[in-house]
Design a protein around this ligand. Structure first.
Ligand code: PNS
Length: 165
């Protein structure tokens, strides 16, 4: 059974993330969307539990996708599977260097662990969770950026509290 792990901080999940999960689910037998902590990003908008709950609702339509969370190293989490591959989306510009570094470090820790990249769809090349958080802070229409199931929640959270960069 070929398992793909789609890791990320998903704060919140965007249509770009969902596009990668959908395409990964069409290739692999099983997909784990893994909500993790990014040590470089402080003051998240949503708690981990809120993010897991939102992604579960958004991905409920995919039979072979499940949502989990793990607060350790990704390379350690992946050891529980005999054959697992990390799948991430690659956007234009700055993603490459960061992603290349993480893939190398993960492979050093768990040598059998491969990382594969799906190029982001053109439409989502410049979309990020931080852009969504900023737009939500202004009460903007998020239809083109965020899965419809969570739009109201993202707007409500942004209006109710501080928006992080
Ligand atoms: O969506 P993001 O914030 O770009 O995802 C980055 C994430 C969460 C996948 C990365 O920070 C991560 O793997 N965190 C878990 C801890 C870990 O394994 N760190 C080592 C990275 S080399």
């Amino acid at each position: 059974m070929k398992v793909a792990i789609c890791p990320g901080s998903f704060d919140p999940m965007t249509l770009g993330h969902l596009n990668i999960v959908r395409r990964t689910a069409a290739i692999f037998d099983s997909v784990v969307v893994l909500v993790m902590v990014n040590a470089n990003k402080s003051s998240p908008m949503f708690t981990i539990d809120e993010r897991v709950d939102m992604i579960k609702r958004v991905t409920a339509r995919f039979d072979n996708v499940r949502v989990e969370t793990y607060d350790g190293l990704l390379a350690e989490y992946a050891k529980r599977f005999e054959h697992a591959v990390i799948v991430k989306g690659l956007r234009a510009g700055t993603d490459f260097e960061n992603e290349f570094q993480m893939a190398q470090i993960n492979k050093t820790i768990t040598p059998q662990l491969e990382t594969m990249f799906l190029t982001s769809s053109e439409k989502y090349t410049f979309l990020s969770s931080s852009v969504v958080r900023e737009l939500a802070g202004y009460g903007a229409d998020l239809t083109e950026f965020v899965p419809r199931e969570i739009i109201d929640e993202v707007l409500a959270k942004a209006q109710g509290g501080a928006v992080n960069g």
